[in-house]
Design a protein around this ligand. Sequence first.
Ligand code: HEM
Length: 200
Amino acid sequence: MSTRLFSFRGGDTGRWRVTDMAARAGAPLPAASRLDIATSAETPSDPQASWVLRGITSNERYVERGERTEIVAQQLELGRPETTRAALIAIRKNDAWWALTQDERLNIFKAQSHHTRIGMQHFPTLARRLHHCRDLSDHEPFDFLTWFEYTPDQEDTFNRLVAGLRAIEEWKYVEREVDIRLVRDEAYSLDDAALRSQIL
Ligand code: HEM
């Protein structure tokens, strides 16, 4: 079983409470009040779930050595107790994006859009994980599941970053985007092991 494969399950149970779910482009997802994340080894089959989104971490496509060094030096780990806010932003790009060659995509991502630079300018310490979906099957509803964790006082900074990214050239290729905001309740973080046995 791959430990790079993650499932995001929206429904009535889960460690994260959904505070907002907005379709910024394309179709929304069905309503969910809570969210849980599982790795492949523990992926539950849950007929009660409103939806389950799957994604796999992968090699980087657009990062140069210098950027990698800078990102690794600044970015914080996921799962810190104080990061009680999170965002799951699910993104699908259009056929025009996927019809481009890798060098054309790189040119848009980097030279025309400055995606990484904008991220590092706004929020270099943001804890994040990028999941790819396209290689899992032909039927995944999104191409990417992007996951971010931050503290409550960093909400505005995160919102400014996302607004900045939505204005770049790369985002013209985004045909579906669902932005889900979450809060980790204290009760759920107190005893993770007990919780997992209850809900998985
Ligand atoms: C500190 C903030 C951020 C940094 C440093 C950052 C950096 C990066 C980097 C380096 C990549 C390329 C990975 C690769 O080489 O394959 C990437 C990809 C991506 N990022 Fe960000 N990012 C940030 C925030 C965000 C946010 C807030 C979103 C969503 C709103 C986002 C959405 C994406 C998506 C969808 C991709 C995949 C693009 C593709 O492969 O076509 N990023 N990001």
